[in-house]
Design a binder for this molecule. Sequence first.
Ligand SMILES: *Cc1c(COP(=O)(O)O)cnc(C)c1O
Length: 373
Amino acid sequence: MSGAPVPQLDLVAQYETIAGEIEPAVLEVLRSGRWVLGEHVQAFEAAAARYVGVPHAIGCASGSDALLLALMALDVRPGDEVVTTAFSFFATASAITRLGARPVFADIRADDFLLDPDAVRAVITPRTRALLPVHLYGQCVDFAAFAAIAAEHRLPIVEDAAQAFGATRDGTAAGAGGDLGCFSFYPTKNLGAAGDAGLLSARDDRLAARVRRLREHGSERRYEHVEVGLNSRLDAIQAAILRVKLAHVDAWSDARAARAATYANLFRAARLDGTVALPSVRAGARHIFHQYVIRTPRRDALRDHLRARQIGCEVYYPIPLHLQQCFAELGGRPGSLPETERASREVLALPMYPELTQAQQERVVDEVASFFR
Ligand SMILES: *Cc1c(COP(=O)(O)O)cnc(C)c1O
């Protein structure tokens, strides 16, 4: 077994497999002189809409902006409440507070880290304006349960699908299970650009048109502004890169799932599956393993042990959103979201990417085993 470092993610390894396709596509954009929106963006939007299975896809500058644009398009205003999870990236909650609205955090399920529909139901009030579930680590929430809550309370659903491009559950794709889906193509995501980029998916024509207007300063005709929006456009170079990568994303997702299966076999063979909790895949779900996340109460010591042996690993996320300093005025208290807080102390993401080799995975599991021995 080699002692070579195993990175948590290797973007260059992936780039090398498709450089021959990316480089001419980028050159074509450079030579076209059409560098913002334009035909490359339209072509990517059309391909992404087809892939997700919705009539509309609207490119924007980042996943964070996609969330903000979605809530703006749904008229989320000061005093409104949006129910979401505190076990997510910061942008999930900051999109809400930037509009003066209040994130109301419901707890997650212990087994899959996803927002618990029963906990969501329990925190809905007359001020609730929208539901914002997150398809964390590449697995979709229970769409049917969320659709039932949304119908009962007449609430729109915004999906934070930033980690779940290509994931499905019971035949519904991430981004097609709510009113608006929000994607990020930050380079480390499972479908990543060479810089910042994002996208919204939409089923409704009017909502899609509103998002399009909001991403260009609330303007449909040049220099005529019907409302105040953002400047949040998708660059043509990023769109051209994403179009190339979109053709590979299913093969990459399958490769990630195969590596997840390999990890599970290796952990079982090392008799570690009772010591660390392995990811749980829901029945009917296509988990695309944006992250491969194990949990153990001895997480911090395991993380230090792996890092000392040059095994890449990360904690997503060490501080739950309700305990972030900038949200102190929301009144979040330690102990108020027990499963979220326990997960933040116990989760550890291991190396995961389509180019990860069997030998690298064996080394990761050997080092986890050496920690518990
Ligand atoms: C990455 C991410 C975002 C934000 O996307 P950016 O493109 O980095 O702005 C939002 N939510 C989740 C769950 C994410 O992982």
